[in-house]
Design a protein around this ligand. Sequence first.
Ligand code: NAD
Ligand code: UPG
Length: 540
Amino acid sequence: MSRKCTETTAHAMAATPPSALEVSFLRLPIYPQRHKFSFLPLLIWEGSSTDFCLKRNNNMVKICCIGAGYVGGPTMAVIALKCPAIEVVVVDISIARINAWNSDQLPIYEPGLDDVVKQCRGKNLFFSHEVEKHVFEADIIFVSVNTPTKTCGLGAGKAADLTYWESAARMIGNVSKSDKIVVEKSTVPVRTAEAIEKILTHNNKGVNYQILSNPEFLAEGTAIQDLFNPDRVLIGGRKTPEGQKAVQTLKDVYTQWVPEDRVITANLWSAELSKLAANAFLAQRISSVNAISALCEATGADVAEVAYCIGKDSRIGPKFLNASVGFGGSCFQKDILNLVYICECNGLPEVANYWKQVIKINDYQKSRFVSRVVAPMFNTVSGKKIAVLGFAFKKDTGDTRETPAIDVCKGLLGNNASISIYDPQVTEDQIQRDLTMNKFDWDHPIHLQPMSPTTVKQVSVASDAYEAAKGAHAICILTEWDEFKGLDYQKIYGNMKKPAFLFDGRNVVDVEKLREIGFIVYSIGKPLDPWLLQDVSVVD
Ligand SMILES: NC(=O)c1ccc[n+]([C@@H]2O[C@H](COP(=O)([O-])OP(=O)(O)OC[C@H]3O[C@@H](n4cnc5c(N)ncnc54)[C@H](O)[C@@H]3O)[C@@H](O)[C@H]2O)c1
Ligand SMILES: O=c1ccn([C@@H]2O[C@H](COP(=O)(O)OP(=O)(O)O[C@H]3O[C@H](CO)[C@@H](O)[C@H](O)[C@H]3O)[C@@H](O)[C@H]2O)c(=O)[nH]1
């Protein structure tokens, strides 16, 4: 049974929509509760560092994570599960989000997450909007807040917006009365730890802070298995004795379930940069295979066969070589833009341009797909119904941040198509918001995002793939949901306008079978349907 995440609906009902101006200027979170506590926690080491037994006045060690999002929620749930001796509280300024974490309908869809949360919530895992209270009480504070791309001012369109990070750091400085380890979980520009240190030390009231970089490498859709069994955990810290002690403390948390040899320690700047570089390398692989997919279509090669052959080289490896309509998600584009900006700031324009190309190819792949749809349909989709199957940026998530479906749908709408969308995990409200939101607005806390002022009339949302495709001229598959492989395409074909087109942006369908049924099929990087061969000269 599929289940749609209802956070945006709950939020829509709970909040008054801010105006565009408010959205620009009211980004700074407000921390309403200000508590006075007399209890000053004292950290005592008990036992050796490998036998993790950090206690605070004989109470449980307390971790607080600021930011109950896609990273904060699952990561802390797994720490709570694997470390029953630690109390973990996840806090957020979004009351709707915290309420959802405390309900049966979690705010994000992630396979296996419900089970982990159910096992620990109310025991050693808590979700709260009392941000200051729990920061005050914590020994280790993870900061997992949004770090979106700046939309105005210096570095607009590239640099990371550290407004939420800075706000969290200032709040930590204001409320803390005991020594803290502050852990960067968000993806941040290199040397952010130094900036945080400055904020904390300039507001110092005799409290010692150690800043660690502990970037997160989980991928959505597989977050729980990635957290249970990570390729590596990276911890960066100062090379001072205090810094190394803090590194060891965090290492002791992870080694409760992660083999020690997978916990890598590094200097702060290496840890911060490794995260940006890892995402850039991953995205680069996709742009590389997508670039080759265009050449495959021009030459009659098959990108799946080419990728298989390339991946057999053990130096390259087989993973992450699936050609697609383009990569999406909240991280790749944002983090590469951030990397580009850092290169430019460091006087390295050639390096910046190199990485920019990864995004350019991704944009090209999305617009190329739209052209591939429009051209064979007699160069017009005006007034034609097009079924879009899948809106999330990948399967097994309801996340639509930077999904290629947004650009493809906007491209089709720009050609006056009428679109019927089906996704098993994305709500109608979310789709409408995504299609009306300005670039990068999606990466702010949900209650600060603009609501959709008007709905896009040419867009409807269907409850299943059959309804979406009924009476359609064409189908576009934009997310690789497993259920799209097993659809009754004969039945779908029977209910479509003829000629019936299918454009597979994820290479999930059996092209030959569909051609036998009667579909005209386009599949990324595959030998072209004879019908499409006539259109090779069509460019946007
Ligand atoms: N999504 C991923 O798969 C992923 C993976 C690795 C790293 N990251 C990085 O982790 C960070 C968080 O990403 P996410 O996907 O979890 O974002 P998210 O939007 O899902 O969650 C961030 C949360 O932080 C809250 N928040 C913002 N400012 C706050 C403040 N000052 N005090 C309290 N709460 C605050 C927001 O309300 C929001 O709920 C980003 O830097 C991202 O680049 C994300
Ligand atoms: O061969 C592939 C693999 C992925 N994708 C697409 O690439 C995007 C990103 O996919 P994936 O990396 O699996 O998901 P994310 O959740 O965005 O995870 C990435 O971004 C996270 C946030 O920084 C990192 O923590 C992860 O390590 C990194 O994989 C999605 O649109 C995928 O459909 C492809 O097109 N072809």
